[in-house]
Ligand binder design. Structure first.
Ligand SMILES: C=C1C[C@]23C[C@@]1(O)CC[C@H]2[C@@]12CC[C@H](O)[C@@](C)(C(=O)O1)[C@H]2[C@@H]3C(=O)O
Ligand SMILES: O=C(O)CCC(=O)C(=O)O
Ligand SMILES: [Fe+2]
Length: 341
């Protein structure tokens, strides 16, 4: 067996075996939001992949370009300036580098993680976003993402026959909803050159997002991979003009597993350009009860009820790659054993 010595800078960052995924996957559904059966298309994509891109989304290119330019400017500022935005106290919001969460996950990236209060940065998050231009660009972008999350979740409700059609969307866009926003910067990894071609460096380790939906945008640099339902990892071709929607764990539970959250990860690149991504995470209010919607219950519920606050607390104690839904699964009922009511 050949044991490779890892460069010191990568010591705590996992290497991945990635022979196939570099073939970019052409099967990611692209949903035209202005199309005649957009709701049906959204539901089919969520069922098949838990992941899809949206085109004809109505978000002006300027809103994205402005934020991308400000994000690049922020990550190019001095380490001292960025470190001044590091989290202070119990909440995880602010600037971070390599360390993801608090439980030992590491990746080849730096990021700015921010809380959103209604339709703008929370007061604390405002301090972490260092310039007025960055704050304004994030606030403008978040308004657009809330609108897009609303549209997608209304389409999910329409496509699944859930009424009222705002039932899911309201959870994410109501006054007390728990929204998070993240800017990720993945510099090229020079250390990749010393590794065999079948090896990649983890940018952001594999995981599912805990919320209902996440909406991701990235510049034209590759790196995002998603797991298909058969477990195969595929690379998502980057598309600057599209947004990518992820089904999160909470939507999986609300639909009793009909829509499945997608496992995804980012691998570091070796080229010259950095990958910059921005992700809006649409979560419900902390007190929101999450359980399979009665209208979608054909058989038994697969999950027990919990509040988003309860799930979030458990999630933030877990490692990135953990199956966070497992403790909330109802045990399968053995054939022939029926509960008396
Ligand atoms: C390791 C972790 C990072 C994370 C909190 C967690 O303990 C497990 C879930 C992670 C995740 C994934 C999606 C989002 O990027 C995120 C902000 C979230 O809500 O859950 C991150 C958390 C984080 O970076 O703090
Ligand atoms: O940066 C990306 O492209 C994806 C990151 C991600 O999945 C996350 O922040 O939850
Ligand atoms: Fe994610």
């Amino acid at each position: 067996m050949v044991v490779l010595a890892k460069p010191a800078a990568l010591e705590q960052i996992s290497l991945l075996r990635t022979p196939e995924p570099w073939e970019t996957f052409s099967g990611v559904p692209a949903v035209d939001l202005s199309g005649p059966d957009a709701a049906g298309d959204v539901v089919r994509a969520c069922e098949q992949f838990g992941f899809f891109s949206v085109v004809n989304h109505g978000v002006p290119a300027g809103v994205v370009d402005r934020l991308e330019a400000e994000a690049v400017r922020f990550f190019a500022s001095s380490q001292a300036v960025k470190d001044a935005s590091a989290p202070a106290g119990a909440d995880p919001f602010g600037y971070g580098s390599k360390r993801i969460g608090r439980n030992g996950d590491m990746g080849w990236l730096e990021y700015l993680l921010l809380a959103i209060d209604r339709d703008a940065l929370s007061e604390k998050a405002s301090r972490a976003a260092t310039s007025t231009a960055l704050r304004d660009a994030i606030n403008e972008y978040v308004v657009a993402m809330r609108g897009l999350a609303r549209t997608v979740l209304e389409m999910v409700a329409d496509g699944l026959g859930v009424s009222p059609r705002g039932a899911l969307a309201d959870m994410v866009t109501g006054d007390a909803s728990d929204q998070v926003f993240r800017l990720n910067h993945y510099p090229p990894c020079p250390l990749l050159q010393g590794l065999p071609p079948s090896c990649s460096v983890t940018g952001f380790g594999e995981h599912t997002d805990p919320q209902l939906v996440s909406i991701l945008h990235s510049n034209g640099i590759a790196g995002l991979q998603v797991a298909l339902h058969d477990g195969r990892w595929v690379s998502v071709p980057p598309n600057r003009d599209a947004f990518f929607v992820n089904v999160g764990d909470s939507l999986q539970v609300l639909t009793n597993g009909r829509l499945k959250s997608v496992r995804h990860r980012v691998v570091a690149g070796s080229g010259l350009k950095s990958r910059v991504s921005m992700i809006y995470f649409g979560g419900p209010p902390l007190a929101q009860r999450i359980a399979p919607l009665p209208q979608l219950l054909a058989g038994l519920p697969l999950y027990r009820e919990f509040t988003w606050g309860e799930y979030k607390k458990a999630a933030y104690r877990s490692r990135l790659g953990d199956n966070r839904l497992a403790p909330f699964e109802e045990p399968p009922v053995a054939a022939g054993h029926h509960h008396r009511s």
